[in-house]
Design a protein around this ligand. Sequence first.
Ligand code: SF4
Ligand code: F3S
Ligand code: FES
Length: 261
Amino acid sequence: MRSADTGTQTVRLRIWRGDSQAGRFVEYSVPFNDGEVVLDVVHRVQATLAPDLAVRWNCKAGKCGSCSAEIDGRPRLMCMTRMSLFDRDSPLTIAPLKTFPAERDLVTDVGFNYAVAGRVPPLAPRQTEPGEHHRIWDADIERVQEFHRCIECFLCQDVCHVLRDHESNKNKFVGPRHLVRLAELEMHPIDTADRRATARHDLGISYCNITRCCTEVCPAGIAITDNAIIPMKERVADRFFDPLRLLAAKLRSRPDSGPAK
Ligand code: SF4
Ligand code: F3S
Ligand code: FES
């Protein structure tokens, strides 16, 4: 609602307050100015009405990935979401990421992501001779540059229904952020490792059914599904389900398949 003389507007916010045991939405009403983002308004609540409100942030520039939350039900960075998106009189709802355990108020425990990150085998660079340097074609490295833009905000992890709706899947599926990391390493021009068996058996790539929700919320604009997950699924299918490969393996395993005498 805009005040005619000052240009200042007022917004009603419903912010989730609580901890791992219990919580509820509490409504606050604060002014905001043209050009502000949701994080500005949350900070105003903290400064003027609720000094004990817990909120995680760091850069306020869309670079650190700390300020992830669900704003009107959609996973977003609070520091990159303009208040002008919500030009209306009804309250704006701000909740913590649902997929991860609540710690306090808007802060969640995203430790799951750090725990599973180690399941993606690291870069295994091709060995060089003494004095030799790796030579990389621009076209080969450009493909993985997109994946380097990840800021580990975990919005993709939050929105993916495989993790969000089924807690037990966290044992089996690492989630889209880590499939981006997998693709980044697998497609790296100097890497020599083959992570296809890991992708299938340890990272649970087959749990992804290509809903593309992760791509829709990624603030770094990474085409997670089309450029990372689908190519990796194709590589896994090629390794494990290619009929010609299967036939060749079958022939090789036959007792009479030795060289002709
Ligand atoms: Fe965030 Fe995108 Fe990285 Fe997922 S891939 S953690 S949405 S930046
Ligand atoms: Fe989940 Fe993204 Fe696949 S939202 S189901 S990882 S396409
Ligand atoms: Fe760093 Fe929002 S505060 S991304």
